[in-house]
Write a protein that binds this ligand. Sequence first.
Ligand code: NAD
Length: 355
Amino acid sequence: MKIAILPGDGIGPEVIDEACKVLKALALGVETETAPVGGAAYEASGVPLPEPTLALARAADAVLFGAVGDPRYDSLARALRPEQAILGLRRELGLFANLRPVHLYPELASASSLKPEIVAGLDLLIVRELTGDIYFGAPRGRRHAPDGAFAGALEGFDTMRYSEPEIERIAHVAFRAAEKRAGRVTSVDKANVLETSQLWRETVTRMASHYPRVALDHMYVDNAAMQLVRAPKSFDVIVTGNLFGDILSDEAAMLTGSIGMLPSASLDSHGKGLYEPSHGSAPDIAGKDLANPLATILSLAMLLRYSLDQEAVALKIEAAVQKVLASGLRTADIHAPGYQRIGCRAMGDAVVAAL
Ligand code: NAD
């Protein structure tokens, strides 16, 4: 088995180093190869996703990705900006399913902006479709409005669209994930208004018959946004399209208090995936040994679970993280009075020691 390691920019290399320490300590005999991506790749070869990096990602069984982006590159043409690397990898590797577990470790319940009794024990999974919807639908652009009250005025327009097979494959991912969890899927749409959502709802309902052990319910996206802050523990697996998933997954992320704790996976239809922390490159704290590496270490656990079929090892990493938190060690982002504040490297060392 081979893992492509793409550290990227800002705190990316720092948090990836700690995940690599953990991988090494596990001595699984997995091969790794590192390549530049994002701003680091632009500096080295003039593009954010060089061909050799893409070739490595294609050839590997899974990709462990740090983060990309830096204000230094904000003035570059869109195609050359570091963030294009992640979009390119998703497109080229066919990564259509984004999995974001939102797990609140009991030790961190006070870090959430919600009351501890609402979030303590929270454990939900958001399955977001990643390659379709209004973000990619054509036609799109600007034109002079052909009709309506503002006919002739400049307007921007986009197209929301989903085909049946696209909905079916993301529904499969959600139902299979629910089978391994509490057995409940909530499909989120806006079927009271949108044609796309009506097809989405019909298709997901039909797919449910293949999964008799999973209970399905449907929720409008406005209600889902509300329920996520009112009663987040009522969810097990949420499946939704690209636009709604983008917003809901960030809302759910904040339930845990720190973005530095949240892993994510983006999978293709064969279980190959790209695994990355949910946060960005955090240029404000880069190079200061301040970053929380746990989201990346937990992304490695997801990689082992979903792409390398090593559930037991994934559980071992997750247990080690919990043990470190229970021992009172905290990076700055999750620090509170009474706990011991440590840096990025020391947090990686602590997880290795707990293993
Ligand atoms: P960000 O996630 O990088 O940072 C937001 C805030 O959270 C900052 O205050 C940062 O210090 C803090 N933070 C983030 N990760 C942390 C960690 N592991 N430990 C402790 N604190 C952490 O988001 P941003 O500031 O909006 O974006 C910065 C850059 O990252 C931009 O160039 C953006 O485009 C890029 N970005 C990349 C990805 C990706 O690579 N997938 C995702 C989001 C943003």
